[in-house]
Ligand binder design. Structure first.
Ligand SMILES: [Fe+2]
Length: 231
């Protein structure tokens, strides 16, 4: 069984379609999704529709998904994030049915799979919508949290940076971001898991198309410029 781990798609249908093509070539059977399906990109409706057609086994919500339905979750701390949220919220109000999938997971930022001793979380276990962990930071607290939850493997998103860390038989994996990588490389990022093996994949996609969609949605220039740099 080959599982595609996708996170932080952020309304970038061009990146998602390129990743799905790569998944097909890599013989991925099903998907685990780690949240932040909307905002920043220009095609939230198309992305959520595509997710509905995929073989999704598990999915959790990110802060950007949850804040559309839960007033206690903030949209973002940045002006660009807030503007993207306003755009998405307008679309959700106009086309509520297209976003039902998001609504169904909005209150679920973390899932524990006991038979696999695996945690899926958008942020971190102690702050599942917002907790941001980056490589190079002190990971002991995260491993301790995993130990307390009897998890040997944790998949997390939110930072948009891919990495894998291990300690004492426990592993933390971030597959990076499909739709807005922030590690200095513009290629869409995702992971494939097969048993204990994790493969990190980077995929070229039509950045011009994604940038044009952001411009068409009249969102800030910064949001499409950053796609070319992977920042
Ligand atoms: Fe995100």
């Amino acid at each position: 069984m080959r599982i595609g781990i996708l996170s932080d798609i952020h309304a970038n249908i061009h990146a998602l379609n390129a990743v799905l093509k790569d998944c097909e070539e890599q013989k991925v059977d099903r998907f685990w999704l780690l949240g932040d399906y909307v905002d920043y990109g220009g095609n939230p409706v198309e992305v959520v529709s595509q997710l509905s057609r995929m073989e999704v086994e598990y999915m959790v919500a990110g802060n950007h998904d949850a804040c559309l339905y839960t007033s206690t979750v903030r949209s973002s701390t940045t002006p660009h994030g807030k503007q993207a949220f306003e755009n998405t919220r307008k679309l959700v109000m106009e086309q509520e049915a297209s976003f039902r999938l998001l609504e169904s997971v909005a209150a679920q930022p973390m899932l524990y799979l006991p038979d696999r001793k695996t945690l899926l979380v958008h942020g971190t276990p102690s702050d599942p919508y917002w907790g941001k962990f980056l490589p190079g930071e002190h990971a002991d607290a995260l491993f301790d949290e995993m130990e307390g939850m009897d998890a040997s493997r944790m998949f997390m998103g939110h930072s948009h940076v891919s990495f894998m860390l291990t300690r004492g038989g426990r592993t933390i994996i971030n597959p990076g971001s499909v739709g807005q990588p922030r590690d200095g490389y513009p290629e869409a990022s995702y992971g494939i898991v097969e048993g204990d093996c994790v493969t990190f994949r980077r995929v070229n996609y039509d950045i011009d198309g994604a940038a044009a969609a952001i411009r068409k949605a009249e969102m800030p220039e910064y949001l499409w410029r950053r796609l070319y740099k992977g920042i």
